[in-house]
Design a protein around this ligand. Structure first.
Ligand SMILES: *[C@@H]1O[C@H](CO)[C@@H](O)[C@H](O)[C@H]1NC(C)=O
Length: 184
């Protein structure tokens, strides 16, 4: 009888601990749930590993829905494109090679409207549920990254290859998530 009482209180303690854990640590539990949503969503994009790592590195991906993930992804593209533009502007200041400088200036002019308008407008469109419109801004970002990279196919070797690729791939991933929202 004594043992049974012990067992009861033990299970009560376990139950209490679980309840307490759930109420104080909701983000930890929901992050696991959202791991499934992230995996499932990313599987339907062309770069699922990049998609998963990119979404999971942002705490805003936990505890959100597909639309929330799309928004995180668009903002990741924006962060990446912004960083690329800053990098280009830094290189322009440093370079003494005129041909390289010209190509870099060309790229800066492509990235400026992407960073200032296309991607912020796309993020705004996602927030308002206008996924088709958001797709325009996103594909613009991807296209400009590709166009920028092509500008270097002369003697001036591209110092932006990795960065352009990331912007292009992240854009493709964001567009694929928006497609899921459009179909859903
Ligand atoms: C750009 O994307 C790549 C790949 O996800 C990542 O490694 C890098 O940290 C990102 N840069 C920024 C500024 O978000």
């Amino acid at each position: 009888m004594k043992n049974l009482a012990c067992l009861f209180s033990l299970s009560e303690i376990v139950l209490l601990t679980v309840l307490l854990f759930e109420s104080t640590q909701p983000s930890v539990l929901r992050r696991d749930e959202n791991g499934d949503l992230i995996d499932q969503t990313c599987k339907q994009t062309p770069y699922s590993d990049l998609c998963v790592s990119s979404l999971k590195s942002n705490p805003q991906s936990s505890n959100t829905d597909l639309k929330g993930l799309a928004l995180v992804m668009v903002n990741n593209v924006l962060a990446n494109a912004t960083e690329t533009l800053n990098y280009i502007e830094g290189l322009i200041k440093q370079t003494t090679d005129q041909q390289l400088e010209q190509a870099l200036a060309f790229c800066a002019e492509l990235y400026i409207p992407v960073v200032k308008y296309s991607l912020p407008e796309a993020a705004d469109a996602v927030s308002h549920g206008r996924f088709g419109f958001a797709n325009y801004g996103i594909s613009d970002a991807g296209n400009e990254a590709v166009t920028c990279e092509k500008k270097f196919s002369g003697s001036a070797k591209s110092p932006l290859t990795d960065r352009n690729k990331f912007v292009q791939k992240l854009s493709d991933v964001a567009a694929a998530i928006l497609d899921q929202l459009l179909k859903g």
